[in-house]
Write a protein that binds this ligand. Structure first.
Ligand code: SF4
Length: 423
């Protein structure tokens, strides 16, 4: 159990509405507790050339003139958090936004600061994982060389579809042919681990078209593929267009069939599912995302970045203007902070862990639930999910989803969470 005195709510600051500001103290003031140092770091780069209509990530249309100021603050925040990462980092993930939109000279500045303030020995030796999200249009020889030189060894490219009509529906602005050339550019620079993101269940998309997208992706030298069903998030342009009747959502049974088809096509091509939407060749699962889903600790910098450290969860302000106003110690204003809470920790573990093919350590989950007087309820929820055919075996050492259960992962998570709330 984390020691609350490791952190302090130092003062109240208004960020839109009044919110508590959470800041770790200097590491010398942190008492010894039974938690290893964080081994992962997330960095959020918020710039994009255009807002895709389905996107609910924090991103702003750049405005290249704000990149310099942004990177200065990012480096400052990195300096503030770096003392907590006392061991070599295992994984770094730079997401966004469009990180590949950052100017190469600013990338160099950021990468140099990372080398100065963090122990990147595992990353630089190739043992660790350093991923950067790239938009295919923005990958240049110069950028690829800078990233490789800085230790980046994995790129995640947002392809989404290779069908121009469906890219248009998504208001995703890139030429699908650029995906292949971006991978070639990255590989030529020495970044050989590549992942593609695809979206299915796009309005008007047929099964044949989904199959073509999958096969085009598989014709490329990739080791990892994320396949997401299109979701209509509140507040996005896509959802507004749906409400206006510009198109209709893909029927549930077609979406489920597309999921099954994707799974099977990827499986016969050597990609195993290790999370509901993520598939990888042997040994190529994204270790950084696994750290999230297993509820390990990670530091997080940049606007809207969310971190998890010694059972504290926090989220940086999602507004660039606010973010640029770091405090005198270099910490960013927050829009959210949740102090340690055993019940929430267990809920988070169940919610993300059940989405993994490796599933959840059932004994540990029951033990943790027992200390919350919820062991019986959690056990009953597991039995109910097994009876529905969603869980393989409620009495096994690990709770894992059946193939059908992967289509109901959110429902299973809700059952587990409900069990923890009612008892
Ligand atoms: S490029 Fe990515 S982060 Fe930027 S708007 Fe599109 S989906 Fe969102």
């Amino acid at each position: 159990m984390a020691d609350d005195t490791a952190f302090s709510l130092l003062k109240q600051r208004s960020i839109g509405s009044s919110r508590a500001v959470f800041r770790p103290r200097a590491p010398t003031q942190v008492p010894e507790i039974h938690a290893p140092p964080p081994r992962s770091l997330y960095i959020h780069i918020p710039f994009c050339t255009h807002k895709c209509h389905y996107c609910d990530f924090y991103s702003i249309v750049d405005t290249r003139d704000r990149q310099d100021a942004f990177v200065s603050r990012l480096v400052r925040e990195l300096q503030a958090q770096a003392p907590f990462a006392t061991d070599p980092l295992h994984t770094i993930f730079v997401g966004g936004g469009t990180p590949s939109l950052l100017r190469p000279d600013l990338w160099q500045k950021l990468l140099k600061a990372m080398r100065t303030h963090l122990d990147l020995s595992m990353i630089l030796s190739g043992e660790g994982e350093f991923s950067v999200e790239c938009n295919p249009e923005t990958v240049t020889d110069e950028l690829a060389a800078v990233l490789q030189e800085g230790g980046v060894n994995r790129a995640s490219l947002g392809a989404q579809s290779f069908n121009q009509t469906h890219l248009k529906t998504l208001e995703r602005w890139h030429n699908p042919e650029k995906v292949q050339s971006a991978i070639e550019t990255l590989r030529a620079a020495g970044i050989t681990r590549c992942s593609l993101d695809l979206i299915y269940a796009i309005p008007g998309q047929s099964m044949d078209e989904w199959d073509r997208d999958l096969r085009t992706a598989l014709s490329m030298p990739i080791e990892h593929l994320s396949a997401y069903a299109l979701t209509f998030e509140p507040g996005t342009a896509m959802t507004a267009r749906l409400v206006r009747g510009e198109f209709t959502q893909a029927p549930d049974d077609l979406e489920a069939d597309m999921y099954r088809h994707g799974l099977e096509t990827l499986r016969v091509n050597g990609f195993e599912r290790y999370e509901v939407s993520n598939h990888a060749k042997a040994g190529a699962a994204c270790r950084h995302n696994l750290a999230y889903w297993r509820q390990d600790d990670w530091l997080a910098i940049g606007p809207s970045a969310s971190g998890h450290f010694r059972q504290h969860r926090w989220k940086n302000t999602p507004r660039l203007d606010d973010y640029l106003n770091l405090d005198e110690d270099g910490f960013a204003p927050l829009c959210d902070h949740e102090p340690p809470d055993d019940r929430r920790e267990l809920m988070d573990l169940l919610m993300t862990g059940i989405r993994l093919s490796e599933g959840i350590d059932a004994k540990n989950a029951i033990k943790a639930a027992d200390s919350l007087d919820a062991a019986d309820a959690l056990h009953r929820a597991a039995i109910m999910c097994a009876d529905q055919g969603w869980l393989n075996d409620a009495t096994a050492d690990r709770w894992t989803l059946t193939d059908e259960g992967f289509l109901f992962a959110d429902r299973v998570a809700r059952e587990f969470i409900g069990a923890l709330m009612t008892d």
